[in-house]
Design a protein around this ligand. Structure first.
Ligand SMILES: [Zn+2]
Length: 240
């Protein structure tokens, strides 16, 4: 039957599968595409005290961690937007600030203004949620930059990882950008892609990430002689 079916399928282009849509999280039940409903890391992100007395929330912009925020900032095009986005309706402020996945802001000036604006919101006591897809790369970059502006912490990446989620700030490009623009000390990237090899070469000092912590095949791309074993793992990446 398989053979016949394939032959038949070859002559048609009908797809019976609907377009992929983000699925709302519900507890797995039965055998219905349980993987699609798997609980994600962002469901457990704690409130993040980004500076003394100032707490911010982060995770998925598609499925925010809190429903009662005054401000929702999203970096991914899949950001949930509601009728509150229309200026004639009441509701939370919804800010969509596009950043490509694994990448950095194209307009640093506007990004910086957003940091200042967000800091002001927090200081006024507003509840702010920021999110991308998983709440790690772009959201982590935003948090690290914001913490640096609020506190001057040169290890803001480390602080975000220790106090919000260890997966934050995913690509070498993001780490490098934070080093260049927001005074950050060197940190390993938590994920590959996004020009890992190229960025590593240009940085010349980024160490291979921890095997097991890394899932891609080029974990040791920056060091051709590496055996894959961590020899120079910074003691600082998980924070105190
Ligand atoms: Zn996480």
């Amino acid at each position: 039957m398989g053979k016949k079916y394939r032959h038949h399928q070859k002559g048609t282009s009908v797809s019976h599968s609907p377009p992929q849509q983000p699925l709302p999280y519900t507890a797995p039940s039965g055998n219905v595409a349980s993987a699609a409903f798997a609980k994600r890391c962002y469901h457990d992100h704690p409130p993040y005290e980004i500076a003394p007395g100032l707490t911010i929330y982060g995770g998925s912009g598609n499925f925010p961690a809190v429903e009662d925020a005054d401000v929702y900032i999203g970096f991914d095009h899949g950001m949930r937007r509601t009728k509150a986005q229309f200026p004639w309706n009441d509701g939370p402020v919804e800010v969509w600030f596009k950043i490509t996945d694994m990448s950095v802001p194209e307009d640093r000036d506007e990004f910086d203004k957003m940091l200042d604006w967000t800091a002001a919101q927090l200081k006024e006591g507003k509840k702010v949620h920021a999110g991308c897809i998983g709440g790690h790369g772009r959201t982590g970059l935003f948090f690290a930059a914001l913490r640096y502006k609020l506190t001057g912490d040169k290890d803001a990446i480390k602080h975000v990882r220790a106090n919000y989620c260890h997966k934050t700030v995913e690509s070498v490009q993001q780490v490098k950008w934070l080093m260049q623009h927001y005074g950050q000390n060197e940190a390993v990237a938590t994920k590959g892609g996004g020009g890992f090899k190229q960025s590593t070469q240009s940085l010349g000092q980024v160490k291979p990430v921890q095997p097991g912590f890394w899932t891609g095949p080029s974990a040791v791309a920056g060091n051709p002689k590496s055996t894959g074993k961590p020899t120079n793992r910074p003691a600082s990446i998980w924070g105190a």
